[in-house]
Design a protein around this ligand. Structure first.
Ligand code: TRP
Length: 334
């Protein structure tokens, strides 16, 4: 057991929200029991789009790691590191860049999306940078650096894993070896949680609940969640399936029995939306209480977090150096 490797990363977006928890971190917590796991904060990837907004980068890295630790990513069994503290990845990125045809990166769908977003934000003449262009290769280097077998990702990242497989195959062909695995995605099976307004949950939409939000803030945010818009009075019969947010949250956080009870009471007009959301807030707070307790501990002890990052990154480097040594030999570097 645990003889196969997984690698996954997240951009340093600062404090994470419940969407990250349910969609990504929860999966990692399970996977780390089964696989030798490498989890990293992708700070170079942040630079591909935010090279001119780095004021908060260091803090954002730390915040992400604190959220991971609080949610149960265990530094004793998983390797937690920061991408830029493993410079071997940059060297591998060079070798992989050489064997990657330009049109492979040009047709990357997320890259096309990013270019479009950039143009709408910054005008028709805005150019994507050379670094952003190379993002699919850098992501391949992240994965191939540890010759990992699987990569837990969301569906939007699968195209990148395809490129990684193509690059691995091409490298093996060119250097007549069987060195790199062709990694496969493990799709995050997730309860997709929408934001408080019913749209996709996201930091920039201000519709998120953060893992780090206090019980009071969480309760208040939940009170703002959209319910059944057609319901006027609290004793009107409700329509849980048309309740845009609150009932969906019940389905994610409560057990089946509880959900049925809520449905029944709502449909009979026995449960007003305000009361319903008060209970829902309490339920979410109960679930996150132990996580918040751990978070408070790490926030009070930044030196422990720094030590975990430093030691994890050193551990990752040792593994990366082994792979890189062989790559250099295969490529015939001096
Ligand atoms: N591209 C991923 C994202 O935007 C983050 C990422 C970078 C990643 N390198 C990775 C994920 C390697 C998995 C493996 O979410």
């Amino acid at each position: 057991m645990r003889n196969k490797r997984i690698v996954s990363g997240m951009r340093p977006t600062g404090k994470l929200h419940l969407g990250h928890y349910l969609g990504v971190i929860q999966n990692w917590v399970e996977l780390q029991k089964k696989y030798e796991s490498f989890f990293f904060v992708a700070d170079w990837h942040a630079l591909t789009t935010k090279y001119d907004k780095t004021e908060n980068l260091k803090n954002d890295v730390v915040d992400v790691v604190i959220d991971w630790l609080s949610c149960g990513i265990d530094p004793e069994i998983s390797t937690i590191y920061v991408q830029s503290l493993v410079p071997e990845i940059a060297e591998l990125n060079i070798y992989l860049g050489m064997v990657t045809p330009q049109n492979w990166v040009e047709r990357d769908p997320t890259l096309k999306d990013m270019a479009k977003i950039l143009r709408t934000k910054e005008g028709a003449n805005s150019q994507i940078s050379y670094g952003l262009m190379g993002y699919p290769v850098l992501m391949s280097a992240d994965i191939m650096m540890f010759n990992s077998s699987y990569v837990p990702v969301g569906i939007d990242q699968v195209a990148h894993i395809e490129i990684t497989r193509d690059i691995a195959r091409r490298f093996n062909n060119i250097y007549k070896c069987d060195f790199f695995n062709e990694p496969e995605p493990i799709l995050n099976h997730c309860s997709l949680i929408c934001g408080l307004d019913g749209n996709k949950m996201g930091k920039s939409f201000q519709n998120d609940i953060k893992i780090s939000d206090s019980a009071e803030v969480t309760a208040k945010k939940v009170m703002s969640a959209i319910t059944d818009r057609s319901r006027m009075r609290k004793d009107d019969p409700g329509h849980p399936d048309e309740c845009e947010v609150a009932f969906k949250y019940w389905e994610i956080f409560a057990d089946k029995e509880q959900v049925e009870k809520v449905r029944c009471e709502c449909e009979k007009g026995l449960r007003g939306c305000a009361d319903c959301k008060r209970q829902l807030g309490a339920l979410i707070n109960e679930k996150f209480a132990p996580i918040r307790e751990k978070r408070a501990y790490y926030e009070a002890h930044p030196e422990i977090v720094h030590k975990i990052i430093k030691e994890g990154s050193e551990k990752a480097r040792v593994e990366a150096q082994k792979v890189l040594k062989q790559v250099r030999e295969l490529v015939n570097m001096y």
